[in-house]
Ligand binder design. Structure first.
Ligand code: FES
Length: 331
């Protein structure tokens, strides 16, 4: 049994199943609502019930004031929908509304993707999931000595299991440690999130995303978020790598081609030192660049080359979004 949830003032609507909390339903549908503990103690997910019936009501430690009770406040992590509902709650609109967090996680999985890449999955405590926006990055810390800056490769729809893509680099102790010594269940601290490389959800322009190697990670997060939001505009992903195993999740990209109506995937081999030429090739192949939004997650050389080439072909400067910070484990 599912119900429609309508949020005021945004007017956004999504579907909630009877067995999930309204907060879980919102996150699953790509709706960025404020939350913190997910367990009924912090009060961050407070909203006002304007109409509709609550299904189940989980016990929570958070204590409402008398006036909050009178106004119909509820905790979205602690209720499920018993009918269609209208709720008054502000969605998170900017990265500045997300608090800095330090989350103690454990390694859930280390999946080798060919010889040079891993997909690292970290599990947060149930009561302390990471709140972030798709496309943001965090600092990963192992012990006192090892740290690295890495983009979250998974979407905010599941803040409890966080994925990171790392390439083996011999000059980076952190990635070497992950490849050679890190084991399942060992602790990794996550601090953040950082960065403004997030989706402009208000735009209906076609999306063109360009990844270089593990620059695929933040774009995967953005794409999964866009899929959760059921965005309707055409979507193009160009993945550039100089390495044969650099397209380490090509199968996933091909599954998106099969599953989505207007999704194009283009892997592109990069000749050593050929960023500027490749940027020209990509920019000249874009259909109507003046109408598109661009999300670029490559090395500084490729990003800059692309920015220049796209401008030359008519792209709007303000519609080119660049992941500026270099991530560790990027070849
Ligand atoms: S997220 Fe903390 S009370 Fe709901």
């Amino acid at each position: 049994m599912s119900h429609r949830i309508r949020l005021i003032p945004s007017g956004r609507e999504f579907t909630a199943e009877a067995q999930e909390s309204v907060l879980e339903a919102a996150l699953r549908n790509g709706v960025n609502l404020p939350y913190n503990c997910s367990g009924g103690s912090c009060g961050a997910c407070k909203a006002r019930l304007l109409s509709g019936q609550i299904g189940t009501h989980r016990f929570h430690d958070y204590v409402f004031t008398e006036s909050e009770k009178a106004q119909g406040h509820v905790l979205l992590c602690s209720i499920s929908a018993g009918s269609d509902m209208t709720l008054a709650v502000d969605e998170i609109g900017t990265t500045h509304q997300i608090p800095h967090q330090q989350v103690p996680t454990r390694v859930a999985r280390i999946e080798r993707l060919g010889e040079h890449y891993v997909n690292l999955t970290l599990r947060t405590p149930r009561s302390q999931t990471l709140q972030f926006l798709a496309g943001q990055h965090v600092e990963l810390r192992i012990g006192k000595e090892l740290s690295c800056d890495a983009a979250v490769a998974s979407c905010p729809c599941n803040g409890m299991f966080l994925q990171f893509h790392l390439a083996l680099r011999l000059d980076e102790p952190f990635t070497q440690h992950v490849f050679e010594r890190l084991r399942v269940n060992e602790p990794v601290e996550v601090a953040g999130p950082f960065g403004d490389f997030v989706l402009d959800e208000s735009s209906q322009r076609p999306l063109v995303m360009v990844a270089q190697d593990t620059g695929f990670a933040p774009l995967k997060s953005l794409l999964e978020h866009a899929i959760a939001l059921e965005l309707m505009q055409p979507l193009t992903l160009v993945w550039v790598s100089a390495y044969d195993d650099g397209f380490y999740m090509s199968n996933l990209c091909r599954s998106w081609v099969d599953a989505l109506d207007d999704f194009t995937y283009q892997p592109l081999h990069l000749e050593p030192g050929g960023e500027v030429v490749t940027a020209e090739v990509i920019a000249s192949g874009v259909n109507g660049p003046a109408q598109c939004d661009f999300y670029l997650a490559g090395t500084a050389t490729l990003n800059e080359g692309l920015r220049n080439a796209l401008r030359k072909f008519g792209a709007v400067e303000e519609r080119i979004f660049i992941m500026e910070k270099r991530q560790c484990g990027m070849r």
